[in-house]
Design a protein around this ligand. Structure first.
Ligand code: DAH
Length: 342
């Protein structure tokens, strides 16, 4: 009898596995639990069982009946889930081979300006270097001739981390390790994201991009600096630009300058964008301070060089006529869509 029960149970499991729709499941239910079903027949057969075995066998049959009901209910749930999935799929009818109707992705304007500059500098023999965003105090300040407690530290409101490191406030933070990596002569640019603890408005952001550049060799002078900056900016703006230098103070260059470009909106005649001066302030720069060369392992009696810190974000604003710096980090896809690659 027990073998018979086991055989019925195993057959039920096989039948349930193969069932594909509710109608077939109803038939299985009838075939096992209906009036003449296999399990019901077993219960009827209990009469013929010797009295002393009736209780045990009766329990076994009832147990089989309970398990059969449970398994049939579970199969019903499986079929319902499969049916729902079929409905969803047929409603959405995907054809993965069709061309997309969605808009194409676009590059961020800062990425576009950065890549353009990288190409220009690369063609002038500069390498493009990558650099971490988390640096130490030495890289960001001390190696740039800004000792602790120097008032120049106030120029850059810094985000310090709990371990004493900091988010780089300027790409100049990479100067020291790049000098140590390559020695002299050296031509390198290093674009990167910078962070300052500033309150934001239309022309200030706490996160912005710069591109630092250095050229170190024998007899490098201010004329080399002017030549490279003028050539590079003429390429960026696709026309011959004029530049001028004004004195500027940065502890890591001597002399230090602010480089202005003739206003690209009015051409230099004066307009609201250049505050009627005809010039736009574009890029601080200067001749690398001997101490900075020394920190970088380069002998200042043998080599000289220039460095500049181009504001990539600022350049992108000028090139694309973006009037609010906060637009760049807003993640607003509608404004980024203007820069969709053709
Ligand atoms: N690191 C400076 C800043 O962010 C900008 C700068 C000034 C970079 C002069 C230079 C430089 O390389 O020569 O304020």
């Amino acid at each position: 009898m027990q073998q018979q029960l086991q055989a019925v149970w195993e057959q039920l499991r096989i039948d349930l596995c193969g069932v594909q729709d509710t109608a077939a499941l109803v038939q299985i239910r009838v075939a096992y639990l209906g009036k003449k079903g296999k399990v019901t027949e077993l219960l009827k057969g209990l009469q013929a069982v010797p009295a002393e075995q009736k209780k045990t066998i009766g329990q076994l049959i009832n147990d089989l009946k309970r398990r059969a009901e449970e398994s049939i209910a579970q199969t019903q749930e499986r079929l319902a889930a499969e049916e729902l999935e079929r409905k969803v799929l047929s409603a959405e009818k995907y054809d993965v081979s069709l061309p997309s109707t969605e808009k194409k992705g676009s590059y961020h304007p800062i990425t576009l300006v950065q890549r353009e500059l990288e190409d220009i500098f690369h063609s002038m023999g500069f390498t493009v270097e990558d650099f971490p965003e988390i640096v130490d105090d030495f890289a960001c300040f001390e190696a740039l001739n800004i000792p602790k407690h120097h008032p120049a530290r106030d120029m850059q409101d810094t985000y310090y981390l709990s371990n004493g490191q900091l988010l780089k406030t300027h790409t100049s933070a990479a100067q020291n390790s790049i000098m140590r990596k390559y020695g002299a002569p050296l031509r390198a640019i290093f674009p990167g994201r910078c962070f300052r603890n500033e309150s934001t408005d239309a022309s200030h952001e706490n996160t912005f991009f710069q591109m630092e550049g250095m050229m170190i060799d024998k007899d490098i002078s201010i004329s080399n600096l002017i030549y490279f900056m003028k050539t590079m900016l003429s390429e960026v703006f696709q026309r011959d630009v004029s530049v001028r230098l004004r004195p500027g103070f940065f502890p890591f260059v001597e002399p230090g300058f602010e480089l202005d470009v003739n206003c690209q909106i009015c051409g230099g005649t004066g307009c609201p964008s250049c505050k009627h001066s005809g010039w736009l302030e574009l890029c601080p720069c200067g001749m690398i301070h001997p101490n900075v060369l020394r920190y970088g392992g380069i002998d200042p009696d043998e080599y000289t060089g220039f460095a500049f810190g181009l504001g990539l974000t600022r350049l992108a604003m000028m090139k694309y006529g973006v009037s609010d710096i906060r637009d760049f980090n807003s993640g607003d896809l509608a404004s980024l869509a203007q820069f969709t690659a053709k």
